[in-house]
Design a protein. Structure first.
Length: 414
C-alpha cells in the first residue's frame, strides 16, 4: 500500500512567499506543497524563479495551480522543477488542454482542480478521467461525496483534526490531504503522520530499522552522535542521545539530544531557532556511534560558529579542493556577481553583453577544446576545458539552469 500524502497549501497572492517558506514545510515533514497562483495579472517570471529556487535547494515536490491557457504555459511549469500541475475544469476548452497535456506528459503529472463553487459529480468525475487527469484536488466539500468515485482524490481541508484526517485517508481513493494549517503552524505534519500511522494509515515518516535496545551504550546509558550537514558533509557537532532522545528525534524529525550538564532532553534549536532537521541516521559497525545527516538552520555551535570544530590544533599544508563541490562554488560566485555587479568584472561584462555574446564565447571555447585535443600537450587541453566550463556556467546562470538540474538529468540516463 502506498503512503498517504500530507501537503501544505500556499496561495501566492495571500502573502510574500519565498523559497525558504516552502522548503521549511519539507523540513517539518510535509510531503509536498499545493502552490496556487491566481494573481492577476500573473507574474510568470516570479513563479518560475520560485519553483526553480525550491528545486535547487530541496527535494520538495510541488503541485502548481494557475489559469493555464496553452500547452506552453504548462510546459514551463513542468520543466521548472519537480512539479505537477492542477488545471481548471470549468469549460470544454480546459478539457481539451488537459487532454493535450496528458498525452504529452502523462496523466500522473495532471491534477484536476475542483473549487468549492463547483461540486464533484459522476459526470464531472468521468470527464476528468476521460481527459487524462491522474487525480482531483477538491476544495472544501466535506467527506461524504468521496465514497462514490474511484479516481484518486486530494481534498483541501480548512481545519485539520487527526480524526477528520484519518476518516478521509482511510478511504482507498483519497491519496492525500492538503491544508494551509501546515503553513501557518496550526498543525504539525510530522505529528499528524505518526498519529495516522498509529491508526493503521500508511504515511511517510521515520522508522528505525533497529530498536534502541540493540545499540551499545556508554556507562551513562548514552550513545554519541556525530552530526554533519547533509549536503556538504561538514561535521557540525558531537552530542549524546538516550532512548527518549532517540525516539523523539525519530518522531519529530528534529535532532533531539540528552544534555549531560542539565540532565534533560535538549531539542536543538528550541532556544536559538537553529533547528537541525533529520535527513538520515546511520549507526557504525560496532553499533556504538550514530551519524546524523541534517539540514542545519543557522549556526550549529552556541558560539555562533557554523561548526563546533572551529579551533585548529595542528595541521599541515594539503590541497583542500573538493571536486564534488567546486562546480557549486564557482556557480555561486557567478550568481553572486550577476546579482552584485563589480566594475571591471569579466563575468559582468558577459552578462551585460547578453545571450548572443555568451553563446559566441561558448562556441569559441568548444572549438578551442577540439584544437587542443589534437595537441600532444594535455596541459593545453586542461586549460581550454576550464575556459569552456566557466563560460558554460555563465550561460547556465543566464538561463537559470542549475547544476542540480543537470546532475538530476544525467542520473536519469543511467
Amino acid at each position: 500500500m502506498s503512503n498517504k500524502e500530507i501537503l501544505g497549501y500556499i496561495r501566492l497572492e495571500d502573502k510574500d512567499i519565498d523559497a525558504n517558506d516552502i522548503i521549511q514545510l519539507e523540513n517539518i515533514g510535509a510531503d509536498g506543497v499545493f502552490l496556487a497562483d491566481d494573481s492577476m495579472p500573473l507574474d510568470e517570471e516570479r513563479l518560475i524563479k520560485l519553483i526553480k529556487a525550491v528545486n535547487e535547494k530541496s527535494d520538495m515536490p510541488l503541485i502548481v495551480k494557475r489559469h493555464y491557457q496553452r500547452l506552453e504555459d504548462v510546459k514551463k511549469i513542468l520543466y521548472a522543477g519537480d512539479t505537477r500541475v492542477a488545471m481548471d475544469v470549468m469549460s470544454a476548452a480546459d478539457f481539451r488542454l488537459m487532454s493535450e497535456v496528458s498525452d504529452r506528459f502523462g496523466k500522473e503529472k495532471i491534477f484536476a482542480w475542483i473549487p468549492s463553487t463547483q461540486f464533484l459529480t459522476n459526470a464531472l468525475a468521468s470527464a476528468v478521467v476521460e481527459n487524462g487527469a491522474g487525480a482531483c484536488v477538491i476544495e472544501n466539500q466535506g467527506i461524504e461525496p468521496f465514497n462514490a468515485y474511484s479516481l484518486p482524490l486530494f481534498p483541501v481541508c480548512s481545519h485539520i483534526q487527526p480524526e477528520t484526517a484519518a476518516s478521509l485517508l482511510a478511504r482507498e481513493n483519497v491519496c492525500g490531504i492538503i491544508s494551509s494549517e501546515f503553513v501557518s503552524g496550526q498543525a504539525d505534519p510530522m505529528a499528524l503522520k505518526y498519529d495516522l500511522r498509529h491508526q493503521g494509515i500508511q504515511t511517510n515518516c521515520f522508522e528505525s530499522s533497529l530498536p534502541f535496545g540493540e545499540f551499545k551504550l556508554n556507562s551513562d546509558g548514552l550513545i554519541p552522535v556525530i552530526t554533519q550537514e547533509y549536503k556538504t558533509g561538514k561535521v557540525l557537532m558531537l552530542a549524546y542521545m538516550n532512548e527518549e532522545a532517540f525516539n523523539e528525534t525519530i518522531r519529530s524529525g528534529r535532532m533531539t539530544y540528552w544534555s549531560r550538564s542539565r540532565q534533560e532532553l535538549w531539542k536543538k534549536g528550541d532556544t536559538s531557532g537553529h533547528y537541525q532537521y533529520v535527513k538520515s541516521l546511520d549507526i557504525d559497525c560496532d553499533k556504538d556511534t550514530l551519524l546524523a545527516k541534517v539540514v542545519q538552520i543557522g549556526a550549529a555551535c552556541h558560539t555562533g560558529n557554523e561548526s563546533c570544530f572551529y579551533t585548529n590544533l595542528v595541521s599541515k599544508n594539503y590541497d583542500t579542493t573538493n571536486p564534488m563541490t567546486i562546480f557549486d562554488q564557482v556557480m555561486e560566485t557567478i550568481l553572486h556577481r550577476r546579482e552584485n555587479p563589480k566594475e571591471g568584472s569579466y563575468t559582468n561584462y558577459l552578462f551585460d553583453k547578453g545571450i548572443d555574446k555568451i553563446l559566441k564565447k561558448v562556441g569559441e571555447e568548444a572549438t578551442e577544446i577540439v584544437i587542443a585535443a589534437k595537441n600532444p600537450d594535455s596541459d593545453e587541453l586542461k586549460y581550454e576545458i576550464c575556459d569552456f566550463l566557466y563560460h558554460m556556467m555563465v550561460l547556465m546562470a543566464e538561463r537559470d539552469v542549475s547544476w542540480k538540474e543537470i546532475t538530476k538529468e544525467l542520473a536519469s540516463r543511467h
